[in-house]
Design a binder for this molecule. Structure first.
Ligand SMILES: Nc1nc2c(ncn2[C@@H]2O[C@H](COP(=O)(O)OP(=O)(O)O)[C@@H](O)[C@H]2O)c(=O)[nH]1
Ligand SMILES: [Mg+2]
Length: 332
């Protein structure tokens, strides 16, 4: 086969950097080094990575993308670890992306996740990637999706994204998953309130994890009631509520059944619409990020940004006019 990649890693990788098409093919063929290096380059914003993404685009769109969202400590990582094991039992390959930008212990959390998921590290059917997000203004969502696309292109059947459901970025991530699992734990009345404010709208499956704790049944009832009262006239899908104990694996089979059922549901008459909306979001977020970066770039190259900032601080100019001045300045 002429698209077979030579096995000597060093020369192969050097070769790839000169040929984005070859690199993309190596990723699509499941070449692990090619994929990890691409992910690293995407993190570091190395331009050649974008060319590889362009070449990879037509290999994407096959994976079932699953978001796992919930507050820190609800047991998302433990649950994802179990889901991976369950998916492997069902002979599916899996990619995992762990994102936790809000935690001050991000490094530690990620390390913990790595250790927890270590048992999957030797399994070639599983690819795990943690995203440490160091102040990437507005870019979290884009990088996450780049990574998801790479795993999709690698041919993973499922790509699971673990994220904390708080900020705008995370809501963007939620928009990009086919199936959103929202994780709750018993006794979080306030969180149930927070759910009302938005997450209820995007949840396809709700999990009451730590159901060994007091109040699990009550939490299930509360959620079911809220789902029931939500306007469902436009949908023939009702999000299920599952009780689980991630640390023992209880309820995981049920959960995976629900994931598969939801996958079938969206592949039905809603499929094309959801796919279009995902691509629209992706395009908008790339555009937003590119414009932002381009503007930052322009500001750095001159003193304009600094000068305007000082003027705004001293009330010499209003912030709207300052922003307009940046956008209309001829900097090149
Ligand atoms: N009691 C109980 N503890 C759990 C359960 N699932 C996870 N945990 C524990 O909850 C803690 C946080 O789990 P983790 O998966 O890191 O949560 P994350 O921050 O949402 O990813 C860990 O100590 C887990 O062992 C469960 O079903 N019951
Ligand atoms: Mg976690």
């Amino acid at each position: 086969m002429d698209d077979e990649i030579p096995m000597k890693p060093a020369s192969t990788l050097a070769q790839l950097e000169e040929d984005p098409e070859l690199w993309a093919r190596a990723v699509a063929n499941g070449h692990l080094l090619a994929a990890s290096r691409l992910m690293r380059y995407l993190d570091d914003r190395i331009p050649v990575a974008i060319n590889v993404m362009k070449a990879l685009f037509h290999q994407t769109g096959k994976a079932h993308i699953i978001g796992v969202t919930g507050s820190p400590g609800t047991g998302k990582s433990t649950l994802v670890d179990q889901l991976v094991a369950e998916a492997r039992k069902r002979e599916k390959t899996v990619g995992v992306v762990a994102v936790d930008p809000s935690s001050p212990f991000t490094e530690g959390a990620i390390l913990g996740d790595r250790i927890r998921m270590k048992r999957h590290n030797v399994d070639p059917g599983v690819f795990i990637r943690s995203l440490a997000t160091r102040g990437q203004l507005g870019g979290l969502s884009r990088s996450t999706h780049d990574i998801v696309d790479v795993m999709d292109a690698m041919g993973k059947d499922l790509v699971i994204v673990e994220t904390v459901g708080v900020g705008q970025d995370e809501m963007d991530i939620v928009k990009l998953a086919h199936t959103n699992i929202i994780v709750q734990v018993p006794g979080m009345g306030d969180d149930v309130q927070a759910i009302k404010a938005g997450i209820l709208e995007v949840g396809d499956i709700f999990v009451v994890n730590k159901s060994d704790l007091v109040g699990a049944d009550r939490a299930v009832q509360d959620l079911e009631m809220m789902i029931h009262f939500k306007d469902q006239s436009s949908s023939d899908y009702t999000p299920p509520v599952i009780k689980a104990e991630a640390n023992t694996g209880t309820g995981i089979g049920d959960l995976m059944d629900c994931v598969e059922r939801h996958g079938q549901f969206i592949r039905g008459r809603n499929g094309a619409m959801i796919e279009k909306s995902r691509l629209r979001t992706r395009f908008q977020e790339i555009l937003r990020q590119s414009l932002f970066e381009q503007t930052q770039d322009r500001l750095k190259k001159t003193n304009l940004g600094k000068n305007l900032m000082e003027k705004v601080e001293n009330r010499l100019i209003d912030p709207y006019s300052a922003a307009e001045e940046v956008l209309s300045a001829k900097l090149y």
